[in-house]
Write a protein that binds this ligand. Structure first.
Ligand code: NAD
Length: 596
């Protein structure tokens, strides 16, 4: 029978500790909540109160339940108050020596049966455990931020943790309504090992002025459906904590440069910009501890639909190509009220594209999302052509032909001869350097990337790629067009993978490497990212949807461009592709989809 935990202790009531106290108290367990000083204790108490008051205001917690919850929590300064608890969870700052000191002290204060747990994100649970005389009763219980919300708990066993201790903690997690994954003691466990390289990379993009904080965050939220962008997440985690986690992962995890904290992080921590908890990090908050972002000097000015920064007026748009992307893009422009000239390589192809656009618009009508009159008006705005000459009077051309540089270059050279001056020429390439395409024309200042996501009518994001030759007016025009399409245009530099793919695919590749190393299973890794980080799909689910061949090709490009050893494609990914297991489209990838 699982052991009964009636009273638990929590040490450190910061970002995580205060949330962990709430989790236990909500589930009817008495808590002794301990801090280092009276002011810190008051801060912890205020955090708990703020969080439970918000839950009441949102109707998620009854007032009586909140009051009962608070009665279950006993606050104290100093570890001595923990003498008779059944379990202690430590959530003090991420420093090994501090944690070891606390565990040695807990070992002295607590009864011999008490289980001692750490909430560390990256330190070795084993090294913490040997500071006590009971390493077999020491375990990692890694909650996710915010602890009352996130469903996942990583239970970390060391080589000496007693199996019954693991079983007792697993049962406790179930009682708390959490989903646990039990793993061995390795830097970053599952979720952080996959998350922090990505977060650090995003900070690096920001530091390099590759894109703004708003655009980096919007790209990952809208392009991947993540609950928060990486920089907002860094602010939530706390930049000091994130720095320590990265630093430990770098030292413990094979000195992968991707975990070496970006210098800006250290500077921000030194300057006291710790994120939400200090009221300022990448963003500025209403006050310390508040989740409400307020405008600051870096906040972009709202343009209210006006043409900003010399953006040119666009009325007529040419779309070149006859594939999935071109079809979706034609529909998007026509629906938004633009006159569209579609150019394909023959009227037969045009007829097919026309059919596809009609089918898609009709679906909108059937679903009640589009009025019949609007469908007809949209179709009426499109003209179909098989010759580029019909692009002589358009204001913007969007190229969406095959992903081959020579083809795109030849097309841009022709557009250069045909189109009137001042036209913005856009390529939808997802992997080729936009500058190569731009230099095929005599007007590279007017060339941008417009990277739509598939399916274009649905996905709210467009990456606007500016090369080192693109003019500010062309960039502003592209951005204004995105806004007129009802999409968010994020501006970024002309680097492999732009924002989304550059941040997404290395993470997916890391997940494959983790599976390959037999650290965990595909199911547990998928669970960890969905329940610990709120991702809409786990990495293996997503890889099977995207296609393993496509993923491998993108990862290869990133590796070739950046020469980052950590970006080398996972051998398992290569082997699956070689074996023809490409994901859902071949009914087998990381999972078998043949029965679905
Ligand atoms: N922030 C996150 O998103 C997150 C997520 C999961 C796990 N963690 C881990 O949780 C732990 C705590 O991180 P955090 O972000 O909550 O840190 P934090 O800085 O927000 O809070 C740490 C708290 O510990 C208190 N403290 C320091 N020394 C103490 C002592 N000797 N005795 C009692 N209390 C003491 C501090 O006063 C502070 O309130 C770290 O190990 C971290 O890696 C953090």
């Amino acid at each position: 029978m699982a052991r009964e935990f009636s009273t638990v202790g929590v040490v450190g009531l910061g970002t995580m500790g205060a949330g962990i106290v709430e989790v236990f108290a909500r589930n009817g367990i008495d808590v002794v909540a301990v801090e280092i000083s009276a002011p810190a204790l008051e801060r912890g108490r205020a955090t708990l109160k703020g969080s439970t008051d918000r839950a009441v205001a949102k109707g998620k917690l009854a007032e009586a339940d909140r009051d009962a919850l608070h009665e279950r929590v006993h606050f104290a300064v100093g570890l001595d108050a923990l003498h008779s608890v059944d379990l202690v969870i430590e959530a003090v700052p991420e420093h090994l020596d501090l944690k070891q000191r606390i565990f040695a002290e807990l070992d002295r204060v607590c009864g011999p049966e008490t289980i001692l747990a750490t909430n560390t994100s990256s330190l070795s649970v084993t090294e913490i455990s040997v500071a006590t005389s009971r390493p077999n009763q020491v375990i990692g219980i890694h909650f996710f931020n915010p602890a009352p919300v996130m469903k996942l708990v990583e239970v970390v066993r060391t080589v000496v943790t007693a199996p019954e201790v693991v079983a007792d903690v697993e049962a406790l997690c179930a009682r708390l309504g959490k989903v646990d994954v039990t793993i061995n003691d390795r830097a970053g466990f599952i979720a952080n090992a996959l998350l922090f390289g990505y977060l650090n990379h995003a900070v690096g993009m920001f530091e390099a002025h590759y894109a703004t904080r708003e655009d980096i965050d919007a790209a990952m939220k809208l392009g991947c459906g993540l609950p928060m962008g990486p920089l907002a997440l860094m602010d939530l985690i706390g930049l000091d904590t994130a720095y320590e986690i990265l630093d430990t992962m770098y030292r413990r995890g094979g000195r992968d440069r991707r975990h070496a904290p970006v210098p800006l992080l250290k500077q921000m921590v030194t300057a006291g910009l710790l994120g939400r908890k200090s009221g300022r990090g990448f963003y500025t908050y209403e006050r310390p501890g508040s989740p409400v972002v307020v405008p600051d000097e870096a906040t972009p000015l709202a343009t209210d639909g006006a043409l900003a920064d010399g953006a040119r007026a666009i009325a007529k748009v040419g779309v070149v190509g006859s594939g999935t992307m071109a079809t979706g893009i034609i529909e998007v422009f026509a629906k938004a009220g633009y006159e569209v000239v579609s150019v394909t390589r023959g009227m037969e192809k045009s007829a097919k594209v026309c059919e596809a656009v009609k089918t898609s618009l009709n679906k909108g009508v059937v679903r009640g999302k589009l009025a019949e009159a609007d469908r007809d008006a949209a179709l009426g705005r499109i003209s179909w052509s098989a010759t580029l000459d019909h692009l002589a009077d358009v204001d913007l051309v969007v190229e969406a032909v095959v992903e081959e540089l020579s083809v795109k270059k030849a097309l841009f050279a022709s557009l250069d001869e045909i189109c009137k001056p001042g036209v913005v020429l856009a390529t939808t390439t997802s992997s080729l350097p936009v500058i190569d395409v731009a230099m095929a024309t005599q007007r590279p200042a007017d060339v941008v990337g417009l990277h739509f996501f598939n399916p274009a009518p649905v996905m709210p994001l467009v990456e606007v790629v500016r090369t080192i030759r693109t003019s500010p007016e062309a960039t502003a025009t592209a951005r204004a067009v995105c806004a007129a399409l009802g999409k968010t245009g994020v501006v970024c530099g002309d680097r492999s993978g732009f924002i989304v793919n550059a941040l997404l695919f290395p993470y997916l590749n890391d997940a494959v490497k983790m599976l390959e190393a037999s650290y965990s299973t595909a199911d547990d890794i998928d669970h960890a990212m969905k329940l610990g980080c709120g991702y809409p799909m786990g990495p293996f689910e997503l890889l099977d949807v995207v296609g393993l061949d496509v993923s491998l090709a993108i990862q290869r490009e990133l590796y070739l461009e950046l020469r980052e050893p950590g970006f080398a494609p996972a051998p398992l990914l290569e082997h699956l592709v070689t074996a023809g297991y490409l994901g859902r489209k071949t009914r087998r990838g990381f999972r078998d989809h043949s029965h679905r």
